[in-house]
Ligand binder design. Structure first.
Ligand code: HEC
Ligand code: HEC
Length: 341
């Protein structure tokens, strides 16, 4: 019986285009037709509605922090595409500052390298890092599990999700992955245009799209708008505060390289870059046009044949921005299933 159920779930994961048809309570992972195959292995942890609901409860529960003040949702807010919009670097427990900008939690199923430096390579282990981080939630993970065990809200949720009331670290992590894996953003006007679902782009937006394809898509590639690789895009020439990928690899060749971010929902996620150093898209485009700083690891795409940066006229910059705004996905941002209940 259990096998059969698992089989049905696996099938749902493979074929269900659930997002639009589902009611508020019914949730599962879905694969947009314009995305590549996901990297997350759903065979080990298929999404169920009860697992998603448990994961959501944990994601928004401040008991996972030392003083019950901070939840994952404090820095990953649904209406700002799961970022901490307006904050250059994250604000955690005791109002302590981190050193990096909170990235959006979206489309994580397609990634297997997380954080700006790729320092974590499994979604199922990721929550341990912010929970234990002294400037984020500052609680030993084992203690977080203990607090969940003593909270009366949880046994019935674990039973619904996993069949028994046992509360274990593995189940907690699996449920949080189920929730995060459902945070799929793929219904912007661009997507509807791309999939022939009735969306349209204006002449200016289309021109912006073509410019983007020619000048930006080698790094911001596929409809996820990232190659998930690490590049130095020249926002600095001194990375002593944060060496990026080199912090993990310990290779001089990786100094100043950061994971290419997706460009979805940019209208909701400012400020931009790993350190939140740009407030507007105009500043970002002007950076690529005239602000790129040369250093040993600057990406060769940004220093070709003696030309530093990506020369773009004011008009071209505006058109690219118009295109980038077509990537705002209001259905994702306002999906009540994803918000704190
Ligand atoms: C104090 C703010 C803060 C809290 C609380 C927080 N995060 Fe984050 N989150 C960040 C920052 C900053 C990063 C980027 C870290 C880095 O690059 O080193 C991040 C990165 C991530 C990423 C990686 C995204 C990507 O595309 O690489 C995920 C997923 C994530 N957090 C989930 C969570 C979960 C789950 C929790 C709760 C257990 C949580 N976060 C709590 C600030 C926070
Ligand atoms: C060589 C690879 C590369 C190219 C080419 C490139 N980018 Fe980027 N882009 C990156 C990387 C890497 C980052 C993150 C850098 C950091 O935070 O230190 C980034 C960051 C951004 C951000 C900030 C996103 C956020 O959430 O913080 C925007 C917007 C952006 N790029 C747009 C563009 C546009 C538009 C173009 C073309 C004009 C372009 N990029 C070309 C690699 C590239």
């Amino acid at each position: 019986m259990k096998k059969r159920w698992q089989f049905i779930l696996a099938l749902m994961v493979l074929v269900a285009g659930c997002n639009k048809e589902n009611t508020k309570e019914d949730v599962s992972f879905y694969q947009p037709s314009n995305f590549p195959a996901p990297k997350y292995n759903f065979n080990n942890n298929p999404v169920t509605t009860a697992g998603f609901e448990l994961g959501r409860k944990l994601f928004y529960d401040p008991i996972l922090s030392r003083d019950n003040s901070t939840s994952c949702g404090s820095c990953h807010i649904s209406f700002s595409s799961f970022t901490h919009h307006g904050h250059a670097v994250s604000h955690g427990i005791d109002n302590l500052l981190g050193k990096r900008n909170s990235p959006p939690v979206m489309n994580v199923a397609w990634s297997d390298e997380f954080m700006w430096d790729g320092g974590i390579n499994q979604l199922d282990l990721l929550p341990i890092a912010p929970i234990e981080n002294p400037v984020e939630m500052d609680l030993e993970f084992a203690q977080a599990v203990q607090k969940v065990k003593t909270s009366s809200a949880y046994p019935k949720l674990f039973k619904a999700a996993f069949g028994t009331e046992d509360i274990t670290s593995a189940r907690m992590l699996q449920a949080m992955s189920q929730f995060m894996n459902c945070l799929v953003s793929a219904n912007s006007r661009y997507d509807k245009w791309k999939r022939n679902e009735g969306g349209s782009l204006s002449a200016d937006e289309l021109e912006g799209y073509n410019l983007f394809q020619a000048k930006c898509s080698s790094c911001h590639s596929t409809d996820l708008f990232t190659d998930y690789k690490f590049h130095n895009n020249g926002i600095k020439d001194n990375f002593s505060i944060d060496s990026g990928r080199a912090h993990i690899s310990q290779q001089a060749a990786d100094v100043g390289k950061f994971k290419t971010p997706s460009l979805r929902n940019l209208e909701k996620t400012k400020p931009y870059m790993h350190d939140g150093s740009f407030q507007t898209l105009e500043q970002v485009l002007e950076h690529y046009n005239s602000g790129v700083k040369v250093s040993a690891t600057l990406d060769t795409l940004l220093n070709k044949n003696g030309v530093v940066g990506i020369p773009l006229s004011a008009n071209e910059q505006q058109k690219i921005i118009l295109f980038l705004k077509t990537l705002t996905d209001d259905t994702f941002i306002t999906d009540r299933r994803f918000a704190e209940q």
